[in-house]
Ligand binder design. Structure first.
Ligand code: SF4
Length: 208
């Protein structure tokens, strides 16, 4: 029987440390998100990571997150839903986690407005979510009152002039930006390989 991973957090070169979650039963993708999903292919789709993501989701909804608190406490930032998306059942423990690890910034993106509201309404100084939008997002998502990020951006997409949008993610596959892509001023520098990663950039978790 699987007893859980040695390290609860996942790590990758761009994002740093992250809490990775399953796609199935968790994501509510737009048509564009579904077509460009990075976690459906590549390392995050391999059997061992998929098993870990499932375990992580159950753990994050469970009664004891002390191991996770120990792993996060000394880190500068931890990305939420590095793959997949959050469930409402995760919210109470995420709030507890941020309270216990007050020097760590917990940040990330969700496609679910109601989850962003629950997390952001906790008004903790070290816990925030952006809502991700794209041209196929519903009006309800676009009407979110908080901060946004836009992606995937395809070459033909127009990004609205909207001060809520902090970062734009050009569509990219296996580290290569989709061909024909021009530059947008709010593009994530990580996608263009112009920063060593999110910890060096910080745009998505330095806005509050
Ligand atoms: S804009 Fe910066 S912080 Fe946000 S995802 Fe890109 S590299 Fe990371």
């Amino acid at each position: 029987m699987y007893k859980g991973p040695r390290h609860i957090l996942s790590e990758n070169r761009k994002t740093g440390w992250s809490i990775d979650l399953p796609l199935k039963g968790h994501c509510r993708p737009t048509p564009n998100c579904s077509k460009a999903c990075y976690a459906k292919r590549g390392p995050q789709s391999w059997p061992l990571p998929v098993r870990k993501h499932l375990w992580m989701s159950q753990y994050l909804a469970g009664p004891d997150i002390s191991r996770l608190i120990d792993e996060c406490r000394h880190l500068r930032a931890v990305r939420l839903s590095g793959s997949g998306d959050l469930l409402e059942a995760h919210v109470p423990n995420l709030i507890s986690l941020a309270k216990e690890c007050h020097k760590t910034r917990f940040w990330g993106m969700t496609r679910k407005v109601e989850i962003a509201q629950l997390i952001n309404n906790a008004r903790l100084p070290n816990l925030r979510l952006l809502v991700t939008v794209d041209p196929t997002s519903t009006l309800d998502t676009w009407n979110h009152r908080g901060k946004l990020c836009f992606g995937p951006r395809h070459p033909q997409d127009r990004v609205p002039r909207d001060s809520r949008i902090l970062a734009v993610f050009p569509a990219h596959y296996s580290g290569r930006v989709e061909s024909g892509m021009t530059r947008h001023q709010k593009d994530c520098p990580g996608v263009w390989h112009e920063t060593s990663g999110c910890l060096a950039c910080g745009r998505c978790f330095s806005w509050w």
